[in-house]
Design a protein around this ligand. Structure first.
Ligand code: HEM
Length: 435
């Protein structure tokens, strides 16, 4: 995805229908490829002509009202499509693997208390200072590899300092999260090797956390002062009324923090930066706003840029019982039990029925039109810190002079498995430093 404006060529449905009649598997291959390369045009055509796109293998839901309907009915559209893989890796139930259960409700409530929104300003500063250190180190080279050399390192640093989860070292934590998230979100064909690597990484991660929890308990009992991070809060919290935070819950929820962030955070930062750098006029205004101490001026640039290439384009669900979707509208469709449903927030955020002038870059979008952090029952637990960290890391980058895209292949975003960004080299500083 390198262009700002994708020309609307259309004709996807004709090509799909034709391929389906000839060789169904090639039809799915086409859709998979279009989702990677032409998603905006494909979704535009689907919203217009087949907004609930039923195929024999999956159903893609493209309109805002229908995407939010799917994500609002967790007892009908469950996370069984991927949740059990996360449970398997962590050796026990995790909130993103459970729908409408007391466990999800309780764990999410408790974890919301631990991720206190009042932490946000401090976390923002932490992310900014890690980013600045990395940018200072990169400056003499005239370029920076923005995934591992900047954004992923910011995410791992936040995990270390704010969550209290550094891992044995940043590299190991990074390997663990990649292995588990790859199985959870990119292994729909159930490759057994990917699955085994995820279970191995999960058990190493939980064993590591178990040792650290024991150490923190000893330190707390001895009255030693521990850093005020999420892990200390979890280890030291006792709640009235028998509301238990047993060790298994603490370990699994701690593991869930970097799992929720180390892939998606840098993913969002990379996409937002690319979209800003592709729009020189917008970029100039964004850089000016970046100098304003009030984040409210800069942050909308990041969110609007991300809308043009959201990291999470599809949220997978399994339909547990027959459901009439979009009842009372011309789109009314019965979704039979067993259907693999892909709700497409990336499409919903371009639905002209809800989003004014969706193809324009506008800074006045209301927050509820933005679906980057999901919607409904499983809406992101980390939304408050994540918003601040993403914007601050991007802001610190753009405050550096002459940040620019480099010509491909170097300047192209490389993605592991076509999804997780792994390399994105940017020019930094005056152009004559390059080389
Ligand atoms: C501090 C950082 C983060 C943490 C701790 C975190 C954690 C989580 C957790 C635990 C859930 C599951 C909630 C539930 O099942 O009820 C979740 C959901 C979600 N998160 Fe985050 N997350 C973080 C950052 C992000 C970022 C940066 C993005 C993308 C820009 C993101 C996007 C999402 C989405 C889309 C969902 C919903 C998934 C679904 O409905 O299938 N998160 N997050």
């Amino acid at each position: 995805m390198g262009a700002v404006d994708q020309t609307t060529t259309g004709g996807y449905l004709e090509r799909y229908d034709e391929a389906l009649a000839r060789a169904p598997m090639s039809a799915f291959g086409l859709v998979r490829e279009w989702l990677r390369t032409d998603w905006r045009d494909l979704f535009a055509e689907l919203r217009e002509r087949r907004p609930i796109f039923v195929t024999p293998v999956f159903t893609i839901v493209t309109r805002y009202a229908d995407v939010t309907e799917v994500l609002s009915h967790e007892e009908v559209f469950s996370v069984r499509a991927f949740g059990p893989r996360l449970d398997a890796a962590l050796g026990g139930p995790f909130m993103l693997g459970r729908d409408a259960t007391p466990m999800n409700w309780r764990d999410k409530g408790l974890m919301r208390v631990m991720l206190d929104p009042r932490d946000v300003a401090g976390v923002r500063e932490l992310a900014g200072s890690i980013a600045d250190e990395l940018l200072d180190a990169a400056r003499p080279h005239g370029r920076i590899e923005a995934v591992h050399g900047l954004f992923r390192t910011v995410a791992l640093g936040v995990s270390a300092k704010y969550f209290g989860f550094p891992g044995p070292d940043a590299q190991t934590l990074s390997r663990w999260t990649r292995a588990i998230v790859t199985d959870g979100f990119a292994n729909f064909l159930g490759d057994p090797e990917i699955q085994a690597a995820s279970v191995r990484a999960g058990s190493e991660m939980v064993a590591y956390l178990r040792d650290r929890l024991a150490e923190r308990r000893v330190a707390l009992r001895a009255g030693l002062e521990l850093p005020d991070d999420v892990f200390t809060r979890l280890a030291g919290t006792t709640l009235p009324g028998g509301i238990g935070l047993d060790d298994e819950r603490i370990l699994i929820n701690m593991a869930g923090l970097p799992l929720g962030f180390v892939e998606s955070g840098p993913g969002a930062m990379v996409e937002a930066v690319e979209q800003l750098l592709l729009r020189p006029q917008v970029l100039a205004r964004a850089v000016e706003a970046a100098g304003d101490p009030d984040p409210a001026r800069f942050d909308p640039y990041v969110w609007e840029a991300l809308r043009f290439n959201p990291f999470f384009k599809l949220l997978p669900r399994l339909c547990e019982r027959d459901h009439v979707l979009a009842a009372g509208t011309p789109r009314r469709t019965v979704i039979p039990a067993g259907t693999f449903v892909l709700a497409a927030p990336a499409s919903a955020m371009f639905d002209a029925d809800v989003v004014a002038e969706p193809d324009e870059f506008r800074l006045d979008r209301p927050a509820h039109h933005q679906l980057f952090f999901g919607y409904g029952h499983h809406a992101c637990l980390g939304v408050h810190p994540a918003r601040a960290i993403i914007c601050e890391a991007v802001r610190r980058l753009l405050l550096r002079p002459c940040v620019r895209l480099l010509p491909p292949p170097e300047g192209r975003i490389e993605r592991a498995g076509g999804i997780f960004p792994d390399r994105f080299v940017l020019g930094l500083g005056p152009e004559d430093q390059e080389g």
